[in-house]
Design a protein around this ligand. Structure first.
Ligand SMILES: [Zn+2]
Length: 511
């Protein structure tokens, strides 16, 4: 056989595209060409493949070698195609009857000496292999643990090209790693709510945010513990379900983060961009190989934007698409790339430019106009999606009283959150929504009306001019979550009052 065919994968951000790799060895001018829109890194593959094959005891064909990569329209980059190219040239040149190639996806880089190197995105490649119906994926031995997170597919890890060639020949001269055992799942975090002293009100607000999936905003002076609190929100969220955890692991695999080495990590991720972050750093994209933005790294977890008013306005605006649709669309030259970005947003802000705007002693010297302008930067469409807006105060002495303080661990709080979410999901079973925060205002009013006396309490607030009509929907949504946490079938007046208290900072945010 002088034509051989197998599969590989090009990973683009977190999506994998299967690539048909064909090699044709024929008489003609000695040399090698690669067709199918190969960028410079793929052209460099020629030298690596040639050296690696020769260092694996294979004579380099003194004939014409043509390697075709399809689909041709897809830009190919990265070195993950090396192994598939080497294998297909070997099979074409040696006329090996390599049936295994038709059901195998190869994804690894070659060293000049034939050693196999790991490539970012191995998990994405394994998911792609499963999707196109391959029976197995061959990857670098060091990446086996990533690929094996995908069940229902054989994962073979190789250290050297020789082993891969043995495999296609149907021999096994050197042992390679073949993993069949199901991957374990882990839930780990070094952070815990028990580490935060005091701040009972803020902790309670975050528990409600976690239970209802509500986006929230924390307003408070610098150094009061906003970051301390927000960074612990993932530890009270329910562990990720398997499919969601796999999506998150794929993002990590694509950026070269090996957190899932010891099993699929079920802890929701946390991403916290600095306020100087560029549009590309936050959203992703850029020229060349697309950057995976922090909104995607926060997928299925928490995106914490500290000092939110300090972010560039185009960066803040860019949050609107993922908040609405759970994805970010990146325009490439010939196509659009959609990346997952479904996260719970936590905004934090100082009350004013000097930070002392809430100080009862009146140390703030900002003008009302300065304060207004400052918070205006994050008002409008973004704040519209934020159900919980609370003020975080410096912990009081009473907060630190060791007797008065009931220090709860994240695990204890998480149990309540999980129960509340179960209750909500049972109620929302027949709908497309999962958490209370997903329900649009009109649907909330129509499908889940409040009890009469409760609705009366809420409309008294509206007519008192304290909140807008949209604000009312947000209070109702949060009240439902509070009822879910209490294990009650619908919100009471007390729940509405607590929800209302969580909007105490309402007047602080110009709307
Ligand atoms: Zn001030």
């Amino acid at each position: 056989m002088s034509i051989a065919r197998t599969f590989s994968c090009v990973t683009m951000a977190v999506s994998g595209h299967a690539i048909d790799v064909e090699a044709h060895v024929s008489e003609g001018v000695v040399g090698m060409s690669v067709t199918g829109l190969a960028d410079t890194s793929v052209n460099e593959a020629k030298d690596r493949v040639r050296a690696a094959l020769m260092n694996s005891g294979v004579a380099w064909p003194q004939r014409r070698i043509t390697v075709g990569l399809s689909p041709a329209w897809l830009p190919k980059h990265g070195s993950g195609l090396d192994l598939a190219i080497a294998v297909s040239i070997f099979v074409a040149e040696t006329n090996t009857s390599a049936d295994i190639c038709r059901s195998t996806l190869f994804y690894a880089e070659l060293g000049l000496d034939g050693r196999i190197r790991g490539v970012n995105g191995t998990l994405v490649a394994a998911l792609t292999a499963k999707r196109i119906g391959c029976a197995r994926v061959v990857v670098a031995a060091q990446d086996v643990n990533q690929a094996r997170l995908v069940d229902g597919i054989e994962v073979i890890g190789v250290h050297h090209l020789r082993q891969a060639l043995d495999l296609v020949r149907g021999e096994q001269l050197e042992p390679f790693e073949s993993v069949a055992s199901p991957p374990v799942e882990t839930y780990e975090s070094t952070l815990d709510f028990a580490q935060v002293r005091g701040q009972r009100a803020a902790k309670r607000a975050l528990e409600i945010a976690a239970a209802g999936g509500h986006h929230c905003a924390l307003l408070g002076p610098p150094g009061v513990g906003k970051t301390l609190l927000a960074s612990r929100l993932p530890t009270i969220l329910p562990p990720l379900e398997h499919a969601a955890a796999l999506e998150v692991a794929a993002v990590r695999s694509a950026i070269g983060d090996r957190a899932d080495e010891n099993g699929l990590c079920l802890t929701p991720p946390f991403a916290s961009p600095h306020h100087t972050a560029s549009y590309t750093a936050l959203v992703g994209g850029g020229s060349g190989t697309p950057v995976i933005g922090l909104v995607t790294q926060a997928h299925r977890g928490v995106l914490f934007m500290d000092e939110a008013p300090e972010f560039a306005s185009n960066v803040l605006d860019a949050l609107r698409q993922p908040l609405e649709s759970g994805i970010v669309s990146l325009s490439r030259k010939t196509f659009t790339l959609d990346l997952p970005a479904r996260f719970q947003l936590v905004l934090a802000a100082n009350p004013c430019p000097c930070g002392q705007g809430l100080d009862p002693r009146g140390s703030c010297r900002c003008t009302p106009m300065q304060r207004r302008r400052y918070l205006m930067r994050i008002s409008g469409p973004l704040m519209d999606r934020v159900d919980i807006r609370m003020i975080v105060q410096s912990p009081s002495v009473a907060d630190f009283d060791p007797v008065a303080e009931r220090v709860e661990s994240s695990a204890t709080i998480r149990e309540r959150v999980i129960e509340a979410r179960d209750r909500a999901s049972r109620r929302l079973r027949a709908t497309a929504w999962v958490t209370n925060s997903d329900i649009p205002g009109p649907a909330l009013r129509e499908l889940f009306p409040l009890r009469e006396e409760v609705a009366r309490e809420l409309s008294a607030v509206l007519h008192g001019g304290r909140v807008s009509a949209r604000g009312m929907d947000r209070i109702a949504r949060v009240a439902w979550t509070i009822a879910d946490l209490k294990g009650e079938s619908s919100p009471s007046q007390e729940h509405v009052r607590e929800a209302l208290a969580l909007r105490d900072s309402e007047q602080q945010w110009p709307n």
